[in-house]
Each structure stands twice: as structure tokens, then as C-alpha cells.
Ligand binder design. Structure first.
Ligand SMILES: O=C(O)C(=O)/C=C/C=C/O
Length: 487
């Protein structure tokens, strides 16, 4: 594997049964850097044949060394993966920023360290797991044992590629499963390197497999339809989630989904505005707004509305959009042309819907190449405007005033999403009351994206199915068997 010494990328091949390999038909597709539209390398284009090879390897590996390996040894392997990720942090951060367009400081301080922590966390957590037992009078004793689900398909998004891949792969392996990973076509590089890191850490051949591909009838579709894949875990757009569910239905696969969101950020007038602004800049624009948890619907209690908007616009204007590898860049490039056009389309729609663009609103000056969009704040939109209701997944937020608590809760809950929400207030009772009423799976009060990996993580409604995190990951990545012994 060519390590990164220049601003170029690497060629990405499949990783099946412990070996890198090209596609059987030698087909490849080009991987492009969204920050300058230059070629980073080629990617093996996988399909049904490569998925079949990977699933066969994963099935065989289920009953090999991985099954007989003592729990403490498997825990050490996961810990070693985390260690090796940290050893290669700079290389992995560079690859992640080349693939995604996100600033290198973000890859280096969040994406890659969190990827390592995902493995370190589950390496520890897996050794603390218990199950349950019940004494049935003097008649019988019942006890439950956890067994792996089996072969798991991991279909990975492009916004936080390594953070999210490891968030799923770590518990998947901790529970004794084997994995076939399908990275997003725009971000193949860190997943490709992760495969060799797993092998170096002692993961037996066939336990971890990577198959690249894109578009319809590709590796992703083959993985979701494969009869010998027991479960699918997916993070991404709600519409793709629906398609996967249909494909997985015939073989009744177990599904874990973290899907889209249109997350409210509710700011009451009694909150500390400076503290609110510092976090709201992040929850609005970090990672180019390409985070499913971003607070893209901002509701401000009317007494604080004008001051908030004025200060929020001023701070947003200070943000630097540009080269992900340049010191001082706050916002990098969007993932690719298609998404760039889609987000710009929403900004145009906001104008048509009567919105006022307070700052941003398009492509920044001075960029010949690359998919850059200015951080954009929109006010004066009706609550039913599409830009208020639909996920934009870019550096674009709407700000809406409200007067009454019940009013803002009703507006916030009037959505088919229900992933996360932030609530800002110093009124303790109101914080609990509003948190209790908001329909979302993840609520932050006076903060955002503060993560404790033991907590249940996932969305309601069309934002997801199931929860991952701590015990909840094991609920998904294992099967509980109850054994009843007659005394
Ligand atoms: O922090 C996490 O565990 C996580 O899953 C973040 C998801 C962000 C999606 O865009």
C-alpha cells in the first residue's frame, strides 16, 4: 500500500479473504478530489461476483479462528486496530480530507481519533458484557447466551467515512461477526487502508472484507440482496434506506439504520447567547454542513431573535471557505459536483420561497476549481417552506422566530424526521420539559455533538431504525439465545 507522501491519493482495490485484489473484470472507476477536481487514483469497481467472493470468505471465517478466539484475545485485536489507526493518523487524515474535501484539522482532530476511539471503546466494553438468567422455582434455570448475528453488510456514507465505518465495524467484530464493507464511491481510501490495519492487528483472513462499487446493480445492491448476508447496517439518506429495505426483505435481513435528519436547534431568550453562538456555528457549518446531526432548523425565541441573527451573521461571515489543506480553512469543499449542484439548488429555491439570504448564498469568489459553497443563513421563510422541511445536507441553515414553547414544539415535531435536536435554555424545568416533548432520538441541552458512546444513538420516524452505542450495538450485532435447563 502506497503511503501518502504527496497530495495525491492511492489506488483502491477490493480486500477479500485477507488479500487486496482487482475486480474480476478489471473494471475501475476514477476517484476525484472535490477540492480541486484532480484525480486521486483509481478504484476497483466491484459487483455481484466480488460480493459473492467476499460473502463466501466471510461465511467461512465465521467458523474459523475468529469463533474459537477467546474474548480477551479478540478484545486485544480490537484495541490493536485502534492503536494502529492512531499510529497512521496523519496518513489517514490526509486520505480522508483528500476524499471528502473536509479541512485537514477536522480529519486530524475528529474523524480519525474518533475512529480509533470507536475500537478502543468497544475493545473494553465487550469484556464487560453480561446477559441474563432466571430461576424458575426449583423447576428450571434459564440463562441467555449471546451469539454473533453472522455475516454483516456495512454500507458506509461519504460524510464521515472512517468515523462511521469504525462506529459499526468495531461492535460488529466485538460481537464475533464477520463483515463485508461497501464504502461510499466518493470516499474509498480510508476504508481500503483500514482493511490492512485489521489484518496487521491480527484479524483472521475473511473476517473483514472491502468491496468497492457504485450506482445501481453494483456492489451495494448485490450486498443487500445476497441471501447469505444476515444483517445490514447503513448510515445515509432515507431514500437509500428504503431501497435497501426492499432489497433485504426477501432474505429477512436484520437492519440497523441511521438516516437523514432536519434537526432543530431551539434557542430560548434566557440562554447565554455567546455560548449559543460558538456552538451553533459548529452545529450549522462543521464538515460543510454535511453531518446528519447538523442543526439546520434554528428557532429563536423572539426577544433574542434580532440580536442572535445579527451576531450569527457576523460570526458566519468570518468563516474561511477554501483549500482543505490550508491553515485557517474552516469550511472545505462539498463531496462532489452532484451534491454541490443539489445544495445550490436549495439556495435558489429559498429565494423563490421568499427567503432572505442574510449571508452566503452561493459559490465564493476566487475558485477556478472545486465544489465550494459559502456558509448560508436564510431568514423569513414560512414554516412550510421546502428549505425548512427538507434535508439540504450543506452549509445552509434557516432561522425562524417563535413566541411560545408549545408553538415551537409543534413546529419542531411537524417533520417526518426525528434524529437529533439541541435545546438552549438556563431554565432547568423548561429544558427537561421541552426535551421530553421533542420527537427526536438524540437530544442535546446547552451543547451539540457531545458523545458518550454508551448511550443509545439513532433516530425516530424516517431518521432511522434501531439504536447503536454501548449495549444497543450488541443488541443489533448479536443474537440472544435462551437456554432452559430442567432441574
Ligand atoms: O457520533 C457518532 O457516533 C455518529 O454516528 C455520528 C453520525 C454522524 C452522521 O452524519
Amino acid at each position: 500500500m502506497k503511503t501518502i507522501t504527496t497530495a495525491t491519493g492511492i489506488d483502491c482495490r477490493h480486500f477479500i479473504n485477507g488479500q487486496y485484489m482487482d475486480s474480476i473484470n478489471n473494471k475501475t472507476f476514477v476517484n476525484t478530489n472535490p477540492a480541486n477536481e484532480e484525480v486521486l487514483g483509481t478504484v476497483a469497481e466491484g459487483g455481484e461476483e466480488e460480493i459473492n467472493l467476499a460473502v463466501t470468505a466471510a461465511r467461512r471465517a465465521l467458523n474459523g479462528r475468529w469463533k474459537t478466539m477467546p474474548l480477551t484475545e479478540r478484545s486485544k485485536v480490537l484495541r490493536k486496530i485502534g492503536d494502529l489507526i492512531l499510529e497512521r493518523k496523519d496518513e489517514l487524515a490526509r486520505l480522508e480530507s483528500l476524499d471528502t474535501g473536509k479541512p485537514i484539522w477536522l480529519s486530524s482532530t475528529i474523524d480519525i481519533p474518533r475512529a480509533a476511539y470507536n475500537f478502543h471503546f468497544f475493545a473494553d466494553y465487550m469484556t464487560t458484557m453480561g446477559t441474563e438468567a432466571y430461576q424458575h422455582d426449583d423447576v428450571a434455570i434459564n440463562y441467555a447466551v449471546r451469539k454473533p448475528v453472522g455475516v454483516v453488510g456495512l454500507i458506509n456514507p461519504w460524510n464521515l467515512p472512517m468515523l462511521l465505518l469504525t462506529w459499526k465495524l468495531a461492535p460488529c467484530l466485538a460481537a464475533g461477526n464477520t463483515a463485508v464493507m461497501k464504502p461510499a464511491e466518493w470516499t474509498p481510501m480510508t476504508a481500503t487502508v483500514l482493511a490492512e490495519i485489521c489484518k496487521e492487528a491480527g484479524v483472521p483472513d475473511g473476517v473483514v472484507n472491502v468491496v468497492h462499487g457504485f450506482g445501481p446493480n453494483s456492489a451495494g445492491a448485490a450486498l443487500t440482496e445476497h441471501p447469505d448476508v444476515d444483517a445490514i447496517t447503513f448510515t445515509g439518506e432515507t431514500s437509500t434506506g428504503t431501497a435497501i429495505m426492499k432489497a433485504a426483505a426477501n432474505s429477512l435481513k436484520k437492519l440497523s439504520y441511521e438516516l437523514g435528519g432536519k434537526n432543530p436547534n431551539i434557542i430560548f431568550a434566557d440562554s447565554d447567547l455567546d455560548e449559543v453562538l460558538e456552538t451553533t456555528i459548529k452545529s450549522s457549518f462543521i464538515n460543510q454542513g454535511e453531518v446528519c446531526l447538523c442543526g439546520s432548523r434554528i428557532y429563536v425565541e423572539r426577544p433574542a431573535y434580532d440580536e442572535f441573527v445579527e451576531k450569527f451573521v457576523a460570526k458566519t461571515k468570518e468563516l474561511v471557505v477554501g483549500d482543505p489543506f490550508k491553515e485557517g480553512t474552516n469550511i472545505g469543499a462539498m463531496i462532489g459536483k452532484e451534491h454541490y449542484d443539489r445544495v445550490l439548488g436549495y439556495i435558489d429555491l429559498a429565494r423563490e420561497e421568499g427567503g432572505t439570504i442574510r449571508t452566503g448564498g452561493g459559490r465564493p469568489e476566487g475558485f477556478e476549481k472545486g465544489y465550494y459553497i459559502e456558509p448560508t443563513i436564510i431568514t423569513d421563510l414560512d414554516r412550510n417552506a421546502r428549505c425548512v422541511r427538507e434535508e439540504i445536507f450543506g452549509p445552509v441553515v434557516t432561522v425562524i422566530p417563535f413566541d411560545l414553547e408549545d408553538e415551537v414544539i409543534a413546529q419542531v415535531n411537524d417533520s417526518h424526521y426525528g434524529l437529533s435536536a439541541s435545546i438552549w435554555t438556563n431554565d432547568l424545568r423548561r429544558a427537561h420539559r421541552v426535551a421530553n416533548e421533542v420527537e427526536a432520538g438524540i437530544i442535546w441541552v446547552n451543547t451539540w455533538f457531545l458523545r458518550d458512546l454508551r448511550t443509545p444513538f439513532g433516530g425516530l420516524k424516517q431518521s432511522g431504525i434501531g439504536r447503536e452505542g454501548g449495549m444497543h450495538s450488541f443488541e443489533f450485532y448479536s443474537e440472544l439465545k435462551n437456554i432452559c435447563i430442567k432441574l
